[in-house]
Design a protein around this ligand. Structure first.
Ligand SMILES: [Cu+2]
Length: 316
């Protein structure tokens, strides 16, 4: 019965992610738009040329900053709502691991040894249970064969659902563009009116984006100095959070936390959708308490990558 329940839970989670048998659709990106057309679309899609302090400014039109565009892409937006910084929203889940999970995952004790070896992000093949044993994985493109050691490597490369950068230092009044590179993402402030701990400056309202379609974007202007903790509502349970530090120069504001609701989660459910394989990606709480995301480090670095947060978590 327990096995059936876990499978049901995993299926339900996979469905809620819009993930098919082999994770089809993950990593989907919309190709770089033609800059002139994108500029026109961006202008047409802005119902107003203002950024609402609660609802921001969303656009489903092709985002001129999608993919690997450089900072010149900001020029495509009207001056009064032009971004100063970009944060991308990603899913880092190998389709092969999702397909393996869907067919039941690895057997014990192989799962346990893979998890133990992957925990700090490094694999020592000889410590794995039968590292050269092969596993056949069914994908929509046919069956592929991988060794246990290769699957373990895939687990260490898995960084899960994330914002990139995961930490950013900006000036008061700056606009951040959140780009949806993969499906199902959104941005919300940890705020009491979202039923959460308040983790934004006192006078800041319960701001949030709608769910942003792939290739679309959302802009928000951070007016008030302070530390802002943000989460992705569908993926908070998988650790998708980030921190924005707003200050002039090298000033390091402190995070103000009020216990007005649920704190960032201390568990991550990634292993449940990966057939119990555990890439040791931090929970929401785990990510926000890494040294990498301390406000002082974010101000020092300017931006902190999600990879740095995961590495910090795995090696601490
Ligand atoms: Cu998300």
């Amino acid at each position: 019965m327990i096995g059936i329940d876990l499978t049901t839970t995993r299926r339900r989670l996979l469905r809620s992610l819009g993930v098919g048998a082999a994770g089809a659709g993950l990593g989907t990106t919309v190709g770089a738009a033609d800059p002139v057309g994108a500029a026109n679309s961006a202008a047409q899609n802005s119902q107003s040329n203002t950024i609402d302090p609660i609802f921001g400014l969303a656009s489903a039109e092709p985002n001129p900053c999608s993919g690997d565009a450089d900072a010149a892409c900001f020029e495509s937006f009207p001056a009064e709502v032009r971004p100063d910084h970009e944060v991308e929203m990603h899913i880092g889940l190998p389709g092969l691991l999702l397909a393996l999970a869907e067919q039941g995952g690895l057997s014990e004790p192989t799962t346990t040894t893979v998890n133990l070896e992957a925990a700090d992000g490094d694999i020592v093949a000889r410590n794995l249970h039968r590292p050269d044993a092969t596993v056949e994985i069914q994908t929509p493109d046919g069956a592929v064969t991988r060794t246990v050691a290769e699957i373990a490597e895939l687990v260490t490369e898995t960084v899960g659902f994330h914002y990139d950068p995961a930490g950013i230092h900006i000036s008061p009044g700056d606009v951040v563009l959140f780009s949806a590179e993969t499906p199902d993402h959104a941005v919300a402030a940890y705020h009491e009116r979202h039923g959460r701990q308040n983790r934004v400056p006192d006078e800041v309202g319960p701001f949030a984006s709608p769910q942003i379609p792939v290739g679309g974007s959302w802009r928000y202007r951070f007016e008030t100095e302070g530390v802002y903790d943000l989460y992705c509502p569908p993926h908070q349970v998988f650790g998708m959070v980030m921190r924005v530090v707003v200050s002039d120069g090298d000033t390091v504001p402190s995070l103000s936390v009020e216990n007005t609701g649920r704190p960032p989660g201390t568990e991550t459910f990634l292993p449940e959708i990966l057939g119990d394989l555990d890439p040791n990606v931090p929970s929401s709480n785990g990510a926000l308490t890494t040294p990498a995301l301390e406000p002082e480090n974010i101000v020092d670095q300017g931006t902190v990558s999600w990879d740095a947060v995961v590495e910090d978590h795995r090696t601490s």
